[in-house]
Design a protein around this ligand. Sequence first.
Ligand SMILES: Cc1cc2nc3c(=O)[nH]c(=O)nc-3n(C[C@H](O)[C@H](O)[C@H](O)COP(=O)(O)OP(=O)(O)OC[C@H]3O[C@@H](n4cnc5c(N)ncnc54)[C@H](O)[C@@H]3O)c2cc1C
Length: 462
Amino acid sequence: MTRRLIVVGGGLAGITAALAAADAGMSVTLLEGRPRLGGATFSFRRDGRWLDNGQHVFLRCCTAYRGFLDRIGTAHLVELQDRLDVPVLTPWGTTGRLHRSGLPSPLHLSAALSRYPFLTLAGRARVGVAAMALKRLDPDDPKLDETTFGAWLDRFGVTGRERAAMWDLVGVATLNLTAEHASLAMAVKVFRTGLLDTNDGADIGWSRVPLQQLHGDAAQRALEDAKVDVRLRTRVSALDVLPEGGFTVAADGATVSGDAVVLAVPHEDAARLLPPGALLLGDRPADPTVLAGLGSSPIVNLHVVYDRPVFDHEFAAGLASPVQWVFDRSANLGLPRGRYLAVSHSAADAEIDMTHQQLRERYLPALERLLPAARDARVEEFVVTKERTATFRAAPGSGRLRPHAHTAVPGLALAGAWTATGWPATMEGAVRSGLAAAEATIPGRVLPTTPPGAFPERTTTP
Ligand SMILES: Cc1cc2nc3c(=O)[nH]c(=O)nc-3n(C[C@H](O)[C@H](O)[C@H](O)COP(=O)(O)OP(=O)(O)OC[C@H]3O[C@@H](n4cnc5c(N)ncnc54)[C@H](O)[C@@H]3O)c2cc1C
């Protein structure tokens, strides 16, 4: 008999699990509380135009996420740099570049480092020594999750200026925490996989279309093609394990039955829905309330539309500025290049409670200092999007609180960027978790995962 799988949650993790299970021949129902798929990656309409809830980028090393785009048919809607190249802008007008050459790692960064104007000679040497030491660390070593990345950098005499110009520039955007607060284990994962293990891992990719089009809408079509029963606006309020085997899920007055369940919701929701005795942390039973310890870290985005082009890069990082990263999203609104900028601010604990006016007063002058053309331009629109619980807090100790896909209840699996993927809370982590969860619900079956995290071959006809 065909095995029936219920997937709760229609973010990238849930979509992935549903597709992988359907491709493996299961009969799948996906329940999503919101009126759309895509979870934390979505767009909304404002005055007839699409804005994203927050700028999302990926790296070439995000193999599972790129496989996901292939699977839902939208890989052609993203750009991926041939070679990592990031302009770094400053209020005093000097522009640096973080870029790579075609040389093997770590030589691929040596030319950029030697010309990077924001480090002294001694600073460059310290960055080099720390990078070589970091390359020797194992992100899966639990000891690394006991300390912060900042404390580790201190051992190399790295100054605050070097931290800002190099480590936090990359780390804050990927870890959603500053080096001072981030787990060393997560930092090692990001810097090794992105920048040090290969020479092309950190080439940056981004969407050319609104996120809803890239993920949610395309995924809905792919799921329907794979015969997945997608039910939107269906919030699950209870999950029960039946004594005779199998599960029931209560959602908005209805009950759905299945042989297996993937719970692909954020950790706060998983804590509420997990049946007693199901959660395993490091293969030991744990009370779901401990998941609250994963906490959350906010991201704020500012969407600024100017009356003329003010920016001539695809994106850039800011140094000595409140602007961490700025992206040209003009194409999203059908505007000429350089007019609609999305400023993405990670680790936004200080900004999340600022008012619209306070954010305007902080960021518009900061943009003018970085972008001389903005000084004479008129701001036609200034929109703020805030995600208070954008990601879990990748702080020391978070590794112990991230469960693997399998639970103590056979047939019940967990998915989500917050689970033990080895990655920080990213789209890549979400997709990997979905693949692992689908695999955990199929008894005796190991889905082929080559290259790492890739979608398995389909055993059913799409
Ligand atoms: C502003 C912002 C910027 C980001 N930038 C990047 C980036 O540049 N690169 C990157 O890789 N990652 C980025 N991320 C992180 C990335 O978006 C997430 O890690 C990833 O999308 C999480 O996917 P998920 O499926 O694990 O969870 P989610 O996307 O949170 O999906 C969970 C789903 O479960 C649903 N749900 C919850 N409870 C229930 C219930 N009871 N019943 C039914 N459904 C339920 C929710 O509605 C949601 O759709 C960013 C996140 C944000 C918010």
